[in-house]
Design a binder for this molecule. Sequence first.
Ligand code: DGL
Length: 270
Amino acid sequence: MASANNAIGIFDSGIGGLTVAGAIHQLLPNENLIYFGDTAHFPYGDKSAGLVESYGVGIAKYLLERECKMIVIACNTASAYSFKAVTALVGKQALVLNVIDPAAEAIAREFPDKRVGVIATRGTISSGIYPRKIKKKSPGTEVTSLATPLLAPMIEEGFFNNKISKTIIHSYLSKKSLQDIEAIILGCTHYPLIRKEIEEYYKGKVAVFDSAEMVAKAVKHQLESNNLLRLDEKPTLEFYVSDLTDSFDGSAKYFFPAGIELQKLDIWNP
Ligand code: DGL
């Protein structure tokens, strides 16, 4: 088993996982982080289950080579399709967390017998993982799901807080399946970047849930329980992408205002 100074490995298909990495860094500023954005394979949301699983396993292998003490699957699609395989691969070498359990548990706890909506990629929605996990804990919660496949690519391209994003977001949120809900889960780690626009649409009438902060708290809890919290200051933050994209640097400053040094690392063709 790794020690407290070993890094937390965090991965996503692109910039989305930075919402989770940012929340972890804010809550646990001493932790060493290794972030991997698999931009060469973005978007995961439209890929087959088997392919997404193989990407998750490939990245987890790299993070294990780097001796990470914990692997955070900071992507809902990869959490839906690769969590089992990654957990099996990792065994006792590191802790593994996904981004779906914390949000599903919070919704089940706070909205029993209520109607809630989930928006996410096609992959996450067709896996049925949110309704399954929520209903297991709270059978009375009615879960209605909508695939919103344009949102992650729109955000990855840097389109948010503008007219185009507003039009696309409104067109999705006004769909029949999302009416009369009391809460909505942003079931994709890219969506916290459009959280403000979603909140503006609902004008406080619908509670908006994203998992970034909940995952950060779960990370803290797991590290504490396993005596793996890093106490030394001056952490090392490493950010890798499998293909360099223009939008990555720009978006990163939302979560790491001091700026990040982005490096290309093609783990697929080393
Ligand atoms: N950030 C990923 C998620 O949470 C979605 C983006 C993609 O389609 O790759 O599902």
